[in-house]
Design a protein around this ligand. Structure first.
Ligand SMILES: *[C@@H]1O[C@H](CO)[C@@H](O)[C@H](O)[C@H]1NC(C)=O
Ligand SMILES: *[C@@H]1O[C@H](CO)[C@@H](O)[C@H](O)[C@H]1NC(C)=O
Length: 407
């Protein structure tokens, strides 16, 4: 279904502007009425400029039954090419090579709701449109789509910041050029809008406190970014330990998408049922060493796109660690642990059909060979809240958050 543009939206805009001024007034209590208005105008301009940067002209727009709008954007005019280092970048529509034995036995049975109302034409990619309310919810247009708090699994807790909690498996002790994982994706409950719950992989290199480079993807629930509690596909990257580079999805220039079927930030369905049949979504990442060295990602067997090697410093060579698992934010409201769930919301020991799992775990090692993990460690921030059990090549993980043992 194509979307009619610009009709009957004036009133909505007026409502939003009112809302907007309303939230700004308490912020600038030191100024007079006049400067409040000027401040408001400036912010509004900033939001409009940011929307223009984020939402590239669409050749076709599709309204999803879940309320998202998917814009089909010319593949050559996607956000990636606004990156200063990608000014002369020649897009590659497919990788120059695939690693050997790069298969998955999981049937990709997932879908995205927007497919019900249309498909993107050849030569375009689907991008979830950012709406004005998304930016207003984020509070700052400049930080929209960026991780607010660092993802530092081993860091000391800092009392005035919401805590990141993990249950992950790490493979160490080699150079890594890719990984595989089939992820069993649920719809975990999240308590607060600024708390997320995610399942993902990380390819990392560098130091957490200064120059960390990461490539990340998976699925997450994150109400303050997306406006609801649905499970959505995401990718992420940073070139400087989450300081000033990188973002979710295509919300900043960097990642180059070539696939016309899968949209980042869009829902991934169906959600599995406790005790019911389970499926897993296959992710494959590999460095295209026979080509330019870009980091390609396959999702559900489709060549989805790539992180250009040139946007990274350390990851332009190889990763030094591969992680898989779950992460939540615990805002510790009223001094109690959050009830935000990880995975299915059930602990790893509940096993098949009940706890969330990753399987088909592999890395591409320094000899460019795809192999199973063999020097792994599990890491749990609070094992009474969320845990992980490694079975070699697959694991179960997750938990309910607050419970009698996790107060
Ligand atoms: C792009 O190409 C021009 C002309 O060859 C060159 O001067 C410039 O440095 C290049 N930019 C990048 C980011 O590679
Ligand atoms: C195994 O991993 C640890 C870190 O968890 C690393 O220090 C060690 O060098 C690795 N050993 C081998 C044999 O790769």
């Amino acid at each position: 279904m194509a979307l009619p543009c610009g009709n009957g939206r004036g009133w909505l805009r007026a409502v939003r502007m009112t809302f907007y001024l309303f939230i700004l007034i308490p912020m600038s209590s030191t100024g007079n009425r006049n400067s409040n208005t000027i401040f408001g105008e400036k912010q509004k301009l900033e939001v409009q400029l940011q929307l223009k940067r984020l939402n590239k002209p669409a050749l076709k727009s599709i309204k999803s039954p879940d309320g998202d709008i998917i814009d089909c954007v010319d593949v050559n005019k996607q956000p990636a090419f606004d990156h200063p280092l990608l000014k002369n970048h020649t897009i590659q529509m497919r990788p120059s090579s695939y690693p050997k034995r790069f298969t998955s036995n999981s049937k990709p049975t997932f879908t995205q709701p927007w497919h019900l109302n249309g498909r993107c034409p050849e030569g375009t990619i689907p991008i979830r449109r950012t709406k004005e309310e998304d930016l207003l919810r984020a509070g700052s247009a400049a930080n929209f789509g960026r991780k607010k708090y660092h993802t530092i699994p081993n860091a000391q807790s800092n009392n005035d910041q919401p805590l990141h909690e993990h249950a992950i498996l790490s493979e160490n002790g080699d150079k890594f050029y890719g990984m595989t994982a089939d992820m069993n994706l649920w719809n975990p409950y999240t308590q607060e809008a600024n708390e997320f719950s995610l399942s993902q992989f990380w390819l990392l290199n560098g130091a957490y406190d200064k120059d960390l480079d990461t490539i990340e993807a998976g699925a997450m629930v994150f109400e303050s970014l997306y406006g609801d509690k649905n499970t959505r596909l995401f990718l992420y990257w940073t070139d400087d330990a989450y300081q000033s580079t990188g973002c979710y999805n295509l919300l900043c220039p960097g990642f180059v998408q070539v696939d016309k079927q899968i949209a980042m930030g869009a829902r991934v369905t169906p959600y599995p049922k406790y005790g019911g049949d389970q499926f897993a979504l296959p992710f494959h990442v590999w460095k295209d060493v026979k080509g330019r060295g870009d980091w390609w990602m396959k999702i559900a067997g489709r060549d989805f796109g790539y992180w250009p090697s040139s946007i990274f410093s350390i990851l332009s060579d190889s990763a030094s660690r591969v992680d898989w698992g779950g992460e939540v934010i615990n805002s510790n409201k009223d001094g109690q642990h959050t009830t935000t769930q990880m995975g299915s919301g059930h602990f790893a020991e509940e096993g098949p059909g009940k706890a969330s799992f990753f399987k088909n775990l592999n890395v591409i090692d320094g000899s460019q060979i795809l192999r199973g993990p063999r020097n792994t460690t599990t890491f749990m921030t609070k094992r009474k809240c969320y845990n992980i059990i490694d079975y070699g090549g697959f694991f179960y993980f997750g938990g309910p958050g607050r419970n009698p043992n996790c107060p």
